[in-house]
Design a protein around this ligand. Structure first.
Ligand code: MTE
Length: 309
């Protein structure tokens, strides 16, 4: 994020209009073929995907799988957009441990499969807005983070949640260089973490996550800039104090702890008023809270979001 600006994205990296596939037509064709559909997919067909609880709008077609899995930010695997897909292929996904600790009644080192077993993986089609002024629409597979939080029982002192991601120089060529202070960490206030839109993702397009998208477990917070979505999580820690987060530590004037998508607050080096949906030619206006304001704006009542950007 520090290194490449939106204007630097070469035109060959932008997907052509014709590469889009219609999710609705795709789902309907699966249904017509009698193939098994998840409940989320059945709902999508029954109601038309556009009307699902403000999750996305009529003109939000899912970005093609090929694009979602080849145009990535994952600095542990390289700082160019195509490097994570090339370098994360060999990421070892099992066994995988996730430590849950800090201000919780039930701290534990979970084996990933035990951690996710109790939860039904649902599909959530979310608009995702990168701080670099591009966006995608991604059909995630995952479960509400709130369900996990309820299970581990934060204490009354817990106010924030810190997310730490894998830091393994053996597997990740990027962490052998001091591009960022490793490990990459992110954080949310507890009420943001418990919001029903906040999920832990295990897949996209009905398939398990690939390394470049944050396999095997990744945070997704659709009303915030994409950098809040820590990839390949190894630790979830509940804290009383606001945790340090990687980007806010590296460039505090550019990347705030809250990082809600806010078209009224420019990045110091570019405007946030508009965005390029990858695959589209014309830029579109950026929506406050990435279009999820009706569901999340109340979390920030009374806060000055120009200061808490
Ligand atoms: N998580 C880790 N561990 N390392 C990273 O470099 N990049 C962040 C976020 N999570 C990043 C990360 C940024 S800047 C963005 S925009 C999103 O991941 C990109 O997610 P995507 O590549 O799946 O679209």
């Amino acid at each position: 994020m520090l290194i490449r600006r939106p204007a630097d994205i070469p035109s060959q990296e932008i997907t052509s209009e014709g590469q889009y596939q219609s999710r609705r037509a795709f789902l309907a064709s699966l249904g017509a073929l009698g193939l098994a559909l998840t409940p989320g997919e059945q709902r999508a067909i029954a109601h038309g995907i556009a009307r699902e609880a403000g999750v996305h709008a009529d003109d939000d077609k899912p970005t093609p799988y090929e694009t979602v899995t080849t145009y990535n930010n994952y600095y542990e695997f390289g700082t160019d957009k195509d490097e994570p897909a090339a370098n994360a292929k060999a990421l070892k996904l099992r066994p995988w441990k996730v430590r849950i600790d800090g201000e919780v009644a039930k701290p534990a080192d979970y084996d990933l499969d035990d951690l996710v077993k109790p939860y039904k993986q649902e599909e959530r089609i979310y608009r995702m807005r990168c701080v670099e002024a591009w966006s995608m629409v991604i059909p995630w597979l995952g479960f509400p983070l709130k369900d996990l939080i309820d299970r581990v029982q934060p204490t009354s002192r817990a106010k924030y949640v810190e997310f730490t991601t894998l830091n393994d120089p053996q597997q990740m060529p990027g962490v052998r260089r001091p591009v960022l202070p490793w490990p990459y960490t992110e954080g949310l206030r507890l009420d943001e973490a418990r919001h029903p839109l906040t999920i832990l993702a295990t897949g996209i397009y009905g398939k398990p996550l690939l390394g470049q998208n944050g396999a095997p477990l990744r945070l997704v917070v659709p009303w915030k800039y994409g950098f809040k979505g820590g990839k390949s999580l190894v630790r979830i820690r509940f804290t009383e104090q606001m945790p340090k987060t990687t980007w806010a530590e590296v460039a505090p004037d550019e990347y705030g702890f809250f990082a809600n998508v806010n078209p009224a607050v420019d990045h110091p080096r570019w405007s946030q008023a508009r965005e390029r949906r990858i695959g589209e030619f014309f830029k579109r206006p950026t929506l406050p809270f990435n279009g999820y304001a009706d569901q999340v704006a109340s979390l920030y009542a009374g806060m000055d979001l120009r200061r808490n950007f």
